[in-house]
Write a protein that binds this ligand. Structure first.
Ligand code: PCA
Length: 208
């Protein structure tokens, strides 16, 4: 049996909940797949999230890692392709840290590509009628930091990736785009089920 580490984030920015943690908890509660699923809620802290993630990886030696977080204002699930070596925080994290134009890892590469099958995951969500896209930027806040950290912390053979979710209907501020809570959980579950699959070679990307 293989081990999959699946993480969500605690609330931040004055919110009382984070739909990523809700979705991860829902996936764990109903998980009937064949792998061992380890779930965790990461702190929205640059330093704290990386510490916790590294200690989870040390403790469980996962065969795959999927981290999830909220992209408030997005109307669809975004499967991230790249983590960049940059912290540039528009708001302070939950520990009060607000790095501006600092590297996540001073000696790390400029970027690390997700090793989870991004296009396959997006195609599967499309097929289920769940709005989804592949994303070329996870931002420069704690989610990007976690993606970048995870990709550097696991062995090269371990698929790792990040899924940004929109607001859920039960957490969205008035007039913000959202998806039903159960749809977000289904999207995360689908990504968990596909994490060991090979990537699909099909055209994608953006032409601006
Ligand atoms: N979203 C933030 C950090 C935690 C979360 O859920 C982000 O996109 O960086």
């Amino acid at each position: 049996m293989r081990t999959i580490l699946l993480t969500g984030f605690e609330a931040f920015g004055g919110d009382s909940r984070n739909p990523s943690a809700d979705a991860v908890a829902a996936v764990a509660a109903s998980y009937d797949g064949s792998e061992r699923l380890i779930i965790a809620t990461l702190p929205v802290s640059f330093a704290g999230s990386a510490l916790r993630l590294r200690s989870l990886i040390d403790e469980h030696d996962p065969d795959a890692v999927i981290a999830t977080g909220l992209a408030g204002g997005s109307d669809r699930v975004a499967v991230e392709r790249v983590g960049i070596n940059l912290m540039d925080a528009r708001i302070a994290d939950n520990d009060g840290a607000r790095p501006i134009d600092q590297p996540c890892e001073p000696d790390g590469p400029a970027a690390r590509f997700a090793t989870a099958p991004v296009k396959r995951m997006v195609a599967a969500l499309d097929e289920e009628g769940i709005p989804a896209r592949a994303s070329l930027s996870a931002g420069t806040y704690v989610c990007n930091h976690v993606l970048y950290t995870a990709l550097g912390a696991v062995r090269a053979t371990v698929p790792a990736g990040f899924v940004h979710v929109p607001w859920s209907m039960s957490t969205a501020p008035a007039d913000a785009p959202s998806l039903p809570d159960d749809v977000i959980a289904r999207a995360v579950r689908r990504c968990v089920d596909l994490v060991f699959e090979p990537e699909r070679l099909e055209p994608g990307g953006a032409i601006w």
